[in-house]
Design a protein around this ligand. Structure first.
Ligand code: UD1
Ligand code: CA
Length: 451
């Protein structure tokens, strides 16, 4: 069996530079969900010239056919129909990301069993506005578009879903007979039923046929796809599934708890028994087991091993690699850094272009000065190093195992193992200085007021 996706339209109602089929839902373009639902079939896509290359790259297994001018859905099908080699084929609009592969299977079976020319998948909508209405009377079945409907027809609630199953021979004969619509000048695929004999309808769930014609419908489709993705994780707790944003390719394992407003993007993988608290944004990262991420962290292209504790308010930029039991606290930024087991950077720190050993304590306010205006330089810190607060490590620099760096030190030279590095201006205390200063200042202020 084969399937044709009609995707050459201009998407005017989306008011976008991007064709609607490429608008993103949960990390994938709309068209992805349609091709995915049809993966059992040989898929043809009718495309316009502008988007054909993108489609070819995205779906190398599909056959792309070009409709140069957008002359309607019947004209679009005419570009693909001669390439169909099966007895039957399906047609689906390219803007329906919620289609269910089971509906196609049922459709193909019914077409064969009842020897139909065409099966139209329909649904009943409380508000059928905008959809083609299914009109059934003595003369048979007709589909009337909103633009062409009179008041009586507009009240009909059974609508055309935009999915059709055809007998190939019957469709080949009928398609060229379709005439231009007088009002719009387009060739409507829906008019094909006038030239077919045995046409029946099959009702499907309204949810499965939502068409994305505008931004409102895009957000409705997103909600439903998001629900479907979340429902697949049967062993994960979502505290508030309606306010959680999990992309299509994300993996989450047993007994992890996801709090509200978490965004998991790209190919992110979360292990078992993790707790991901509110507002975290995690992109293309691997989080191993039993990791606790406190609220409002941004984690990008990073790897976090077992039992780490991150946040709140931490920013792990690309290539941050944390071994197990690492603690990264509030207002810590990391970038291209390897951090050894049990090392802690609990507050207000920037660690970039660095390799840091095991059991290191990184004091509050520590900064790797990795950039000299021309290039990035590396800081290497050994195991069991104690870095006091407010230390600057001016890279390139190496700090050996078992060293201590005194608070306030600017490290510009390598430090040998077991050494203490300290760079401080000696402190002097000037007795009574503050009192004298205040007296002078107050006297001056009074004199100014007088004048
Ligand atoms: C279409 C149906 C309508 C149905 C609705 C369901 C027609 C005439 N009407 O209306 O009965 O209720 O879908 O969602 O078919 N396209 C082309 N080339 C063209 C024109 C359109 O490839 O020249 C493609 C579009 O990219 C789109 C699909 O065909 O993916 C349907 O076109 P669209 O304009 O969205 O049709 P609707 O007005 O939604
Ligand atoms: Ca549509």
């Amino acid at each position: 069996m084969e399937a044709v996706i009609l995707a050459a339209g201009k998407s005017t109602r989306m008011k976008s530079k991007t064709s609607k089929i490429f608008h993103n839902i949960c990390g994938k373009p709309i068209i992805f969900y349609i091709v995915k639902a049809l993966e059992k079939y040989k898929v043809h896509i009718v495309s316009n010239k502008e988007i054909q290359n993108t489609l070819k790259k995205m779906f190398p297994k599909t056959q792309i056919h070009i409709q140069e001018e957008q002359k309607g859905t019947a004209d679009a099908l005419s570009k693909a129909i001669n390439h169909i080699n099966s007895d039957a084929f399906a047609v689906v609009n390219g803007d329906m990301p919620l289609i269910d592969s089971n509906d196609f299977e049922t459709g193909f079976n019914l077409l064969k069993a009842n020897r139909l020319d065409c099966l139209i998948l329909t649904t009943v909508l409380e508000n059928p506005y905008g959809y083609g209405r299914i009109v059934k009377d003595e003369s048979g079945l007709q589909i009337v578009e909103e633009k062409d409907a009179n008041d009586i027809i507009k009240k009909i609630k059974e609508v055309n879903s935009g999915i059709y199953i055809f007998d190939t021979k019957a469709a080949l004969k009928a398609l060229p007979k379709i005439e231009k619509n007088k009002k719009t000048g387009e060739y409507y695929l829906t008019d094909i039923v006038k030239f077919l004999n045995k046409v029946e309808t099959l009702k499907i769930k309204p949810e499965n046929m939502l068409g994305v014609n505008n931004r409102r419908q895009l957000s409705e489709a997103r909600k439903i796809i998001q629900q479907r993705i979340i429902d697949n994780f049967e062993n994960v707790t979502f505290v508030d599934p309606d306010n959680t944003y999990i992309n299509y390719d994300v993996e989450i394992n047993e007994d992890t708890i996801i709090y509200p407003n978490v965004h998991l993007r790209g190919k992110t993988r979360i292990g078992r028994e993790c707790v991901i608290e509110n507002g975290n944004i995690i992109e293309n990262s691997i989080i191993r087991d039993n990791v606790h991420i406190k609220p409002y962290c941004v984690i990008e292209e990073s790897i976090i091993c077992d039992n780490c504790e991150i946040g709140p308010f931490a920013h792990l930029r690309p290539m941050s690699e944390l071994k197990s039991c690492v603690r990264i606290g509030n207002f810590v930024e990391t970038k291209k850094v390897k951090i050894g087991k049990r090392t802690k950077a609990s507050h207000l720190t920037y660690l970039g272009d660095a390799v840091i050993g095991e059991d290191v304590n990184v004091g509050c306010g520590t900064i790797t000065c990795n950039y000299d205006g021309y290039q990035k330089n590396e800081t290497i810190i050994g195991d069991r190093v104690f870095i006091g607060s407010d230390v600057q490590l001016v890279a390139p620099v190496k700090v050996g195992d078992d060293t201590m760096i005194a608070a306030g030190t600017t490290v510009t030279k390598d430090v040998e193992p077991y050494a203490l590095a300290i760079s401080r201006v000696p402190q002097t205390n000037k007795e009574g200085w503050t009192k004298k200063y205040r007296d002078t200042m107050e006297k001056r202020t009074k004199e100014k007021k007088k004048t």
